[in-house]
Design a protein around this ligand. Structure first.
Ligand SMILES: Cc1cc2nc3c(=O)[nH]c(=O)nc-3n(C[C@H](O)[C@H](O)[C@H](O)COP(=O)(O)OP(=O)(O)OC[C@H]3O[C@@H](n4cnc5c(N)ncnc54)[C@H](O)[C@@H]3O)c2cc1C
Length: 376
């Protein structure tokens, strides 16, 4: 017998919208509370790996997304000092052939548009914009989902949860017209330029625009997602890199994001509150998996809540126990990437040799556990 549940979701980000869709698809009713009066055009590019795009396939969004995302040919690992290519990972063909789902890059706002439009097709999803929620609403909800991001308010109501802590890094982000990117940089690949203490990732989002993300150490720890920035600090972090990188960096208008992480701690409050996405486990973007984990969380939470053979509190407990090891493993992979990408001295030489000898296909095959994952 179907047991229709009513779900309150706090936050209409990627996690909140995906959860709403996955619950509504299964016949449940949803109310989403979003503090902003409308969805904002903040942020820029996101890489969506096959473990995330597979969820969107299952939700029937592949065609809508195919119009607005781009599938890069390769992930290129390039020395930021010499511009020598260390490895070219054939991500387009391997994603489609090996993991049966695309690897795509997309503007965050376009992804949110597609999710929002899909939500609007369900009369069982209601939105309340301009409504900030600090604690679970009293009322008829069976479950309150805290999808309210790294600065989650709901998390404060969860006993044993962790406070965000500054990672010691900031992500600097910019976009530029594709025509302004020097010819020495690929327009069809995701290029990760690796160098001492920093890395820079470049890829196109859409047909006209290039997205740039630089990750550098930072001592300051302002809160915020989209801070206007004097690029002096950024330029000085790259001053010993190849000259053409300095030219690219100087052309763009930068915003910066101090990176905060949420440590491994409780995600469940009482019998009916659960945190997902960045509210539960914000991670530094070294593995480009924060949104992907939010998307997997959303789909798997809906599967657990749809079960009619277990109580809601048990479903939430099992969801958390099921997701936690994967989130930990992805976090560890991010640390490994950071170490390899930003290696110095003998570690850098060792890294370059390993990347060159192993080749792109074999490096990608290491990620079966990550990209081949089927959220269910
Ligand atoms: C520089 C950078 C690059 C990244 N690149 C990638 C990438 O390539 N691939 C990838 O997978 N991930 C990437 N990430 C991570 C990704 O952006 C996040 O993990 C993802 O956006 C988390 O989604 P979310 O829905 O959990 O939270 P958010 O996107 O933060 O959404 C939270 C929503 O809740 C709302 N809200 C907050 N508080 C309240 C409240 N009290 N009441 C009501 N509403 C509230 C907010 O307004 C917002 O709409 C990157 C992150 C950074 C910083």
């Amino acid at each position: 017998m179907k047991n229709t549940k009513h779900i309150d979701i706090v936050g209409a980000g990627i996690a909140g919208l995906t959860t709403a869709l996955a619950m509504a698809e299964r016949g449940h009713t949803v109310r989403i509370f979003e503090q902003s009066p409308a969805l904002e055009e903040i942020g820029a590019g996101l890489q969506l790996s096959p473990n995330a795009t597979r969820v969107f396939d299952t939700l029937g969004l592949r065609d809508d997304l195919a119009d607005v995302w781009y599938e890069p040919d390769h992930l290129q690992l390039v020395s930021g000092l010499s511009l020598r290519t260390l490895a070219r990972l054939p991500v387009r063909t391997m994603s489609r052939d090996r993991w049966k789902a695309p690897y795509a890059v997309i503007h965050r706002a376009r992804l949110q548009d597609v999710l929002m439009k899909a939500c609007r097709r369900f009369s069982s999803i209601e939105f309340e914009f301009g409504k900030r929620i600090e604690t679970p609403m009293r009322g008829d909800a069976d479950v309150t989902v805290g999808a309210d991001g790294v600065w989650s308010s709901l998390r404060r109501t969860v006993r044993g949860s962790a406070e965000p802590r500054f990672s010691g890094y900031a992500a600097w982000r910019a976009t530029m017209p594709i025509a302004e990117l020097p010819a020495s940089f690929s327009r069809t690949d995701v290029t990760a330029l690796l160098g001492p203490g920093a890395h820079l990732v470049i890829y196109r989002i859409g047909s006209e625009t290039i997205n740039l993300v630089a990750t550098i150490p930072e001592h300051r720890s302002e809160k915020g997602w989209n801070l206007k920035s004097d690029a002096g600090r950024l330029l000085s972090a790259f001053k010993r890199w190849h000259a053409s990188i300095g030219i690219v960096l100087a052309k763009a208008e930068w915003r910066h994001w101090p990176i905060y992480e949420v440590a491994d701690a409780s995600w469940r409050g009482g019998d009916n509150t659960i945190l997902i996405g960045d509210a539960a486990h914000a991670m530094a973007p070294h593995a480009a998996q924060g949104a992907a984990m939010a998307i997997e969380d959303s789909y798997e939470l809906a599967s657990w809540l749809d079960r009619t053979d277990i109580e809601t509190a048990t479903a939430l407990m099992r969801f958390e126990a099921h997701r936690r090891p994967r989130i930990r493993r992805v976090g560890q992979r991010g640390l490994l990437n950071k170490f390899a990408y930003q290696a110095i001295g003998p570690f850098r030489l060792g890294r370059d040799i390993v990347f060159t000898l192993r080749g792109g296909q074999s490096l990608l095959a290491d990620l079966d556990w990550l990209y081949g994952y089927e959220a269910g």
